[in-house]
Design a protein around this ligand. Structure first.
Ligand code: UDP
Length: 247
């Protein structure tokens, strides 16, 4: 079975991280997975949401926003603000990004702060939500590293790095890291968010006008986990340049 770009079923697209692209952010990165490119930035605000104060919840909070820039797709995608309506897909994705990062963050150790994660898609070619999570993990690690460096916190609040990748079933075979053409062609679509040690953060699998077996699910999870191990190894390598070590 031939993939659209000739990759092996278990092969990720070329991955890269370009750090500190947004100097006003505490941590920022442009993550690329093939032709999908997302700018992910983390900014820290020294306050917490009102609901936390009202409910006497201690520690900090992390929240995320996601959008596709108008020129990330052809034809041009109208901005939500111009359309006057929030995109349901974007809302779903930004909640996934927030949950994924909160899962690996010790909010108590973050202190009474809010970490804002902004993920904006520069170029969309499938897997933008998973690339956003993988990039946000790096942006959060850098932002936490800077808080520590500035002695605003005593310990790094990030428990572990987190990565995400898509997988799917095409003609009965499992594939990892789908591009747009593959995403349209697959009968089953899976988004996996996990840590390097294989702890699951979120698994979203759905049959698109099709069903799938437990064996196929296991195959997608195995490919996905293998991909995430590679992504986190690359995250660790770029973070080393900033002398940031996260589990
Ligand atoms: N896409 C698009 N316009 C949209 C939504 C999606 O062009 O409004 C394309 C884009 O390439 C995206 C792909 O469809 O990456 C798959 O979209 P999906 O909703 O599955 O999310 P993703 O795979 O990006 O996380």
């Amino acid at each position: 079975m031939q993939r659209s770009d000739g990759r092996a079923p278990d092969q990720l697209r070329p991955v890269s991280f370009e750090l500190d692209v947004a100097p006003h952010a505490s941590g920022s990165v442009v993550v690329a997975m093939g032709n999908t490119r997302v700018i992910c930035a983390a900014m820290i605000e020294d306050s917490v949401p009102r609901w936390m104060k009202e409910q006497n919840v201690t520690g900090g909070w992390l929240t995320a926003e996601y959008s596709m820039l108008p020129y990330s797709t052809a034809p041009r995608k109208q901005r939500d603000v111009t359309r006057g309506k929030l995109d349901g897909r974007s809302t779903e994705i930004q909640r996934l990004i927030g949950r994924s990062l909160r899962a690996v963050l010790n909010l108590e150790k973050l202190g009474p702060r809010t970490m804002w994660i902004d993920c904006d898609v520069l170029q969309a070619d499938g897997g933008t939500r998973t690339a956003a999570i993988t990039g946000a993990s790096v942006a959060v690690a850098i932002a936490c590293g800077r808080l520590l460096e500035e002695k605003r916190i005593a310990e790094l609040p990030m428990r572990s790095l987190v990565g995400a990748v898509s997988a799917g079933i095409l003609d009965g075979n499992a594939l990892v890291d789908l591009d747009y053409a593959e995403d349209k062609a697959v009968s089953v679509d899976l988004n996996l968010v996990a840590t390097e040690s294989g702890e699951l953060v979120e698994v979203q699998a759905s049959g698109e006008e099709a069903t799938f077996t437990q064996t196929q699910l296991d195959q997608m999870l195995a490919l996905g986990h293998n991909g995430i191990v590679q992504l986190i190894a690359q995250q660790r390598a770029v973070l080393e340049r900033f002398q940031i070590t996260v589990q």
